[in-house]
Design a protein around this ligand. Sequence first.
Ligand SMILES: Nc1ncnc2c1ncn2[C@@H]1O[C@H](COP(=O)(O)OP(=O)(O)O)[C@@H](O)[C@H]1O
Ligand SMILES: [Mg+2]
Length: 251
Amino acid sequence: MLELKNISVKVTEDNKELQILKDINLQLEKKKIYVMTGPNGGGKSSIAKTIMGIYRPATGQILLDGVDITEKNISERAQMGIGYAFQQPPRFKGIRVRELLEIASGQEMDDDDCDVLYDVGLCTKDYLDREINAGFSGGELKRIEIATLLSRKLKVAVFDEPEAGIDLWSFQQLTETFQNIHQKYDTTLVIISHQERILRLAHEIIVIDQGRVREITSKEKFLAELEKIDTDCRCRDDCIKGDLANAECDR
Ligand SMILES: Nc1ncnc2c1ncn2[C@@H]1O[C@H](COP(=O)(O)OP(=O)(O)O)[C@@H](O)[C@H]1O
Ligand SMILES: [Mg+2]
C-alpha cells in the first residue's frame, strides 16, 4: 500500500550537510497498525515528515498503491489520502469543532454523520458546536485532531507520539480509540510511540535508530526482548555492552 524504497534524506545545518535518514525500506500494508519506536533523535519524525512530503528524499522512491508520489507535494499527498497528526495538536482558537471537521473533510457535517467524534470517544452532541478554546484539555484536542483525520477517510494516518501532553486517564482512552479505529476503518495506522500499551496494538514494530531501520519485528518478540532488558540489565554499562544503550535500566 505505502512503500518507501531506499529513502535517504539530507538536511543542511550550519552550512553542513547531515544525512538524517539512510536507505530506509518499508512496506506498509492496508489496515495494519505499525508502531515506530527507537531512541530519541533516531529519525522517526523525519520518516513521518518524509511520508507526508514535508521532507524531500535525496534518493529513493515513495509509492502509494503502486503510484510514485516521490515528487508530490504536501497538499497533493493529503488529497491522495495521507495524513499526519502533529506531536502537539494545534489549537484552532475561536473555531467550532463542527467547522474544523468540515474544513478537514471538505464536507458539511450533519449531526447524523458525525460518527467521527463518537469514534474518538467524544459525545457528538456535547462537542460539535463547542468552540475550541483554552478550556480544552490536551486529551480532548488530541481526540479532535484524530477525528479530523478520520473524517478524511485516509489511506495512511501517521501519529507522532500521540501520548505527548495528555494525562494517564486520557492515554488509556487513546489506546482504545486506536483499537476502535482499526476495527472500523481501513486506514493504515503508523504510530510513533515509546509506550508499551501502544506497542501492544501493533501488527509490526519498526525500530528506527541512527537514521536506519534497525529491526522490523513482531510485538511479541519486541516485548519479550524488553522484559529481558528489565531482568538482565542492572546498569547502563551492561546495557551498552549488550548493544542496548538506550534501555532505561540504569537503576
Ligand atoms: N530539519 C532538520 N535540521 C537539522 N537536523 C534535523 C532536522 N530534522 C531532523 N534533524 C535531525 O535528525 C535526527 C533525527 O531527528 P528526528 O527524526 O526528529 O528523530 P526522532 O523523531 O526519532 O526523535 C536528529 O538528530 C535531528 O536533530
Ligand atoms: Mg520525533
